[in-house]
Design a binder for this molecule. Structure first.
Ligand SMILES: [Zn+2]
Length: 291
């Protein structure tokens, strides 16, 4: 890559809604007392817009957009909203967030999907004519969901049925990135962005590595974990990540790789899709992370 690489200018974090769950659901090993059991945390539903040097964009996920998406159908959505204390507002929806940032589809080079859980595909109507990149395994699972995925309805096929330009990403092992199973450079990003394989939460779950100006790097790690401290402080995962994982053993291997990567490269910023600290930063309006 070297001389051909043009780093990204900024990452805009967009808050499209939140769920509120007990901290103990996400963090394991906490004391078993009532106060701890009841202490809850607001987890945002985030999407990201990576700004390139020419003010074009690479988007990562599309979070949730109740004006555009019927999600899981009304009664399942209502049930999930109640159980998770979902909070969304029309003006927080992905498409309105894009408009507020002045990002039109014509200025978007491509959309990268960490995975196809419905809380990440809600705004995909924005991208129906755009190139959408998703791992081959994830696209396959979303096209023909397993019995278990059909029962739990983690995918919302109406969100992605209209996509016209899907690229199935295949990862290759790379000695320069020993902490992940494989990597795939995103050609249209001028070397600024790569997808990395982080399977387990779903079968083909991936993260997005962003190279920023000044040599800074950020890893948008999707739903491998839920707080940045799961990586930086080695916090154990709670029962929620275990319950929703396609393969929890693979989640733990992916997370272990990120912890080793962070120790080898302390300046690496790791941002989960539902990180409460990042959510607090951008709850009012989208913010620029890094650079
Ligand atoms: Zn999620």
């Amino acid at each position: 890559m070297g001389a051909l690489m043009t780093p990204a200018v900024a990452i805009h974090a967009l808050h499209c809604g939140s769920i509120t769950l007990p901290r103990s659901s996400m963090v394991g090993g906490l004391p078993c007392d009532l106060k701890t059991a009841l202490a809850s945390v607001r987890f945002p539903l985030l999407a990201f817009a990576i700004e390139l040097a020419d003010r074009s964009y690479v988007l990562v996920d599309t979070a949730i957009d109740r004006e555009q998406s019927t999600g899981l159908g009304w009664w399942r959505t209502a049930l999930f909203d109640l159980a998770s204390r979902m909070h969304t507002l029309p003006e927080w929806g992905f498409c309105r967030r894009m408009t507020a940032l002045g990002i039109e589809p014509a200025r978007v080079r491509c959309v990268l999907m960490t995975h196809f859980d419905y809380d990440h595909t809600g705004g995909l109507s924005f991208a129906s004519d755009l190139p959408v990149h998703v791992s081959r395994a994830e696209w396959g699972a979303a096209q023909s969901p397993s019995l278990r995925d059909r029962i739990t309805r983690r995918y919302a096929p109406s969100d992605y049925a209209g996509l016209k330009n899907v690229t199935e990403v295949e990862f290759v092992k790379d000695p320069a990135h020993p902490y992940v199973e494989g990597i795939a450079e995103i050609a249209c990003s001028d070397g600024a962005v790569a997808m990395v394989s982080l399977p387990g939460h779903t079968i083909g779950h991936a993260g997005v590595l962003v190279r920023l100006e000044g040599g800074k790097r950020t890893l948008l790690c999707g739903d491998v974990c839920y707080l940045a401290e799961h990586v930086s402080e080695d916090l154990p995962l709670g029962y929620f990540p275990r319950a929703v994982a396609y393969d929890f053993g693979a989640v733990e291997r992916s997370l272990d790789g990120l912890r080793r990567w962070k120790k080898a490269e302390p300046a690496l910023r790791v941002v989960p899709s539902h990180d409460p600290a990042t959510g607090a930063l951008c709850a009012e309006r989208p913010v620029r992370l890094g650079a």
